[in-house]
Design a protein around this ligand. Structure first.
Ligand SMILES: Nc1ncnc2c1ncn2[C@@H]1O[C@H](COP(=O)(O)OP(=O)(O)OP(=O)(O)O)[C@@H](O)[C@H]1O
Ligand SMILES: [Mg+2]
Length: 237
C-alpha cells in the first residue's frame, strides 16, 4: 500500500535531473532559467537548457508556426486541437532528441515550459479541458514528468504588464505582434493562472510555487535554495 513515508519512485530512472520552469508570459521563466543555468554551470555542473516549443530542428519549425502572429492570417488561424497536437509533436521530438539523452548522460536538464503549459494554455486557456491534455501527455510522452517544476506565479497583473510591454516594443520594431498568445485578453490569462494553481495543489511534491513579488536576484536565490535542497535529496536516494 502507498504511504507518505514510503519512498516514491523517481519519475525516470536516468541519472540526470529534470527541472521545468512554468508560469504565465512575463512571469520571469526565461530570466530565472538562464540565471540558474549560469550558477550551476559555474559550479562545474553539466547543464543542458532548452525551451518548448523548440530546442530541436523540428521543434523550431513547429514553434514558428505556433507562435507567429502571422499564422492567424496566413493559415486562417490554428484550431485549438491542432495547437495541442503540435505542442505535443514538439514535445515528443524534444524528449527523444534532447531531454532523454541528456538525462541518460547525467546532465541537469532545465526546460522552459513543458506539459503543465499545455494543461494551462490549451486545457484551460483554450478550453479543451485539462483531462484531454493529460491523456495526450500519457499517449505521447508516456506520462514522463520532471523531477522538479518551478512554477513562477507572481500576481497576474504584473506578468501581463511585462509581457505586453515587451510585445509592444516588438511590434514597434518589427511591425507585427511578437506572439499569438500575447494578443489574448485578460480572461484567457485568468483561466491559465487558475489552472496553474490547480496543478500546484494537485502535485505538491513535484511543483514548487514561487509567488512572491520580489526582484530578479531575490527570486533567483529562492529558486537556488529549492534546487539545492532537491538535488541533495536526489543524490542521497
Ligand atoms: N521579478 C521580476 N521583477 C521585475 N521584472 C522582471 C522580474 N522577472 C522578470 N522580469 C522582467 O520581465 C520581463 C519578462 O521576463 P521573462 O522574459 O523572463 O518572462 P517569461 O516568463 O520567460 O515570459 P514568456 O513566457 O513570454 O517567454 C523581462 O524584461 C524581465 O527582465
Ligand atoms: Mg520566456
Amino acid at each position: 500500500m502507498d504511504s507518505d513515508l514510503e519512498p516514491k519512485p523517481a519519475p525516470h530512472a536516468a541519472p540526470g535531473f529534470f527541472i521545468t520552469f512554468e508560469g504565465l508570459d512575463g512571469s520571469g521563466k526565461t530570466t530565472q532559467l538562464r540565471r540558474l543555468a549560469g550558477t550551476l554551470h559555474h559550479e562545474g555542473k553539466s547543464v543542458v537548457t532548452l525551451r518548448q516549443p523548440g530546442g530541436t530542428a523540428l521543434g523550431d519549425r513547429i514553434r514558428a508556426v505556433l507562435l507567429d502572429a502571422k499564422s492567424e492570417t496566413e493559415l486562417g488561424g490554428i484550431a485549438p486541437e491542432a495547437e495541442m497536437a503540435l505542442m505535443f509533436a514538439d514535445r515528443a521530438q524534444s524528449l527523444r532528441q534532447v531531454v532523454r539523452p541528456a538525462l541518460a548522460a547525467g546532465n541537469l536538464v532545465l526546460c522552459d515550459r513543458y506539459t503543465d503549459s499545455s494543461e494551462a494554455y490549451q486545457g484551460a486557456g483554450r478550453g479543451l479541458g485539462p483531462e484531454r491534455i493529460l491523456a495526450m501527455h500519457q499517449a505521447v510522452c508516456q506520462g514522463f514528468q520532471p523531477d522538479l517544476t518551478i512554477l513562477l506565479l507572481p500576481p497576474l497583473a504584473g506578468c501581463l504588464f511585462r509581457a505586453r510591454r515587451r510585445n509592444e516594443r516588438h511590434q514597434q520594431q518589427h511591425g507585427v505582434s511578437e506572439n499569438r498568445f500575447e494578443r489574448e485578453g485578460d480572461a484567457f490569462y485568468e483561466r491559465i493562472y487558475e489552472q496553474y494553481k490547480v496543478i500546484a495543489a494537485r502535485e505538491t511534491e513535484r511543483v514548487v510555487v514561487i509567488d512572491e513579488e520580489s526582484g530578479i536576484p531575490v527570486i533567483a536565490e529562492h529558486i537556488l535554495r529549492v534546487v539545492r535542497e532537491r538535488l541533495g535529496r536526489y543524490a542521497a536516494r
